[in-house]
Design a protein around this ligand. Structure first.
Ligand code: PMV
Length: 330
């Protein structure tokens, strides 16, 4: 029986969340927690999905049902993705998909995007369709836009290209994103999870509403964030972690002005700074999920303890992980 297994990494947004949705650049790094998708022949149904980490088992769709109606949340990305793949590359053989996560979906480390990218790559391999990185991005981005409405696609770029990237979203549907690898070593970061799952769409809409009320002010904040992104890009290459910490603090100040921080995030950020971190900020949409702290080696243990004492959970990750890859073909 034919079987293909592909894995893709999660991500951490380093600088530039929210403004990236409006066409400004951001910096993202891929992390070494991976998500895998296995695709194999299906003799019984056209599409079956098992995602035990999302409590989804025994989920089956006929060809006619595929992508139709209200999809259960746990199936939405992968079913939409398969349905869009078939529109571009029609196929007769049905598939079974098994998805497995090395990290909790609730951390906000990009599990939906990583699984979408992994599935597109696996479908290409399974059906013998040659897909470039740009093709992978395009199909994955269509999927995310269909499921979520608005998104920059930064997390898809991290899952596809891996490493640490300077990223600008496509200027229109079907256009290419700007993806520039920033060649750096492992970053001395601590990641603290607030225990609260953020709703990215709600937070994006909140920023959109603020911008409709006062476009000049919000655009000015976006430009200030962009200036920080450009400085961060240079200081990443220089390896100046103290300066990067300072830039993180400034980015966090602007994110507060966008009203996307939360008391839980602020508690962890404050605790990390009091323990001697160079700088700290939320990562991603805000409202919950994770914060980051840039730390020197001598402050690392004390800062991790301070984050935990403030109610956070330290998530061990390495930055700069490799992008999507084929694990096994049978
Ligand atoms: O919370 P996440 O990991 O989905 O990150 C959201 C980052 C935003 O800039 C707010 C949205 C996006 O698509 O770029």
């Amino acid at each position: 029986m034919k079987r293909v297994k592909v894995s893709a990494p999660g991500k951490l947004m380093l600088f530039g969340e929210h403004s990236v949705v409006f066409g400004y650049p951001c910096i993202v790094t891929a992390v070494d927690l991976r998500l895998s998708v296995t695709v194999e022949e299906n003799a019984e149904y056209f599409f079956s999905l098992e995602a035990p980490d999302l409590a989804l088992n025994d989920y089956h769709r006929s060809r006619q049902e595929l992508g139709q109606g209200d999809l259960p949340k746990a199936a939405s990305f992968l079913e939409t993705c398969f349905s869009l793949f078939l529109k571009r590359y029609p196929q007769e053989q049905g598939i079974k998909v098994f998805s497995q996560n090395e990290f909790a979906a609730s951390y906000g480390l990009g599990s939906s995007s990583a699984s979408t990218v992994a599935l597109v790559r696996a479908l290409g391999e399974f059906y013998g369709v040659n897909l470039s990185k740009e093709d992978l991005f395009d199909l994955s981005y269509q999927t995310v836009l269909q499921v979520q409405g608005v998104a920059s696609g930064f997390d898809l770029a991290a899952a596809i290209w891996g490493g640490t990237l300077y990223y600008v979203m496509p200027s229109a549907a079907g256009e290419k994103p700007i993806v520039q690898p920033i060649l750096i070593q492992e970053l001395p970061l601590l990641v603290g999870y607030t225990g609260i799952k953020a709703d990215t769409s709600i937070l994006i809409r909140k920023v959109q509403a603020l911008r409709s009320e006062d476009p000049a002010q919000i655009n000015d904040i976006f430009r200030q964030i962009t200036d920080l992104v450009e400085q961060a890009k240079q200081n990443l290459v220089l390896g100046d972690f103290a300066k990067l910490g300072e830039l993180m603090n400034q980015n966090q100040k602007l994110l507060r002005q966008l009203q996307v921080s939360s008391s839980e995030l602020e508690n962890l950020i404050e605790a990390s700074l009091a323990a001697g971190a160079y700088g700290s900020k939320l990562s991603g949409a805000g409202g919950g999920d994770c914060m980051l702290a840039m730390v020197g080696q001598s402050q690392k243990i004390a800062t991790a303890q301070a984050i935990e004492q403030a109610g956070g959970k330290i998530i061990e990750v390495k930055t700069n992980a490799g992008g999507v890859r084929l694990e096994k073909t049978l």
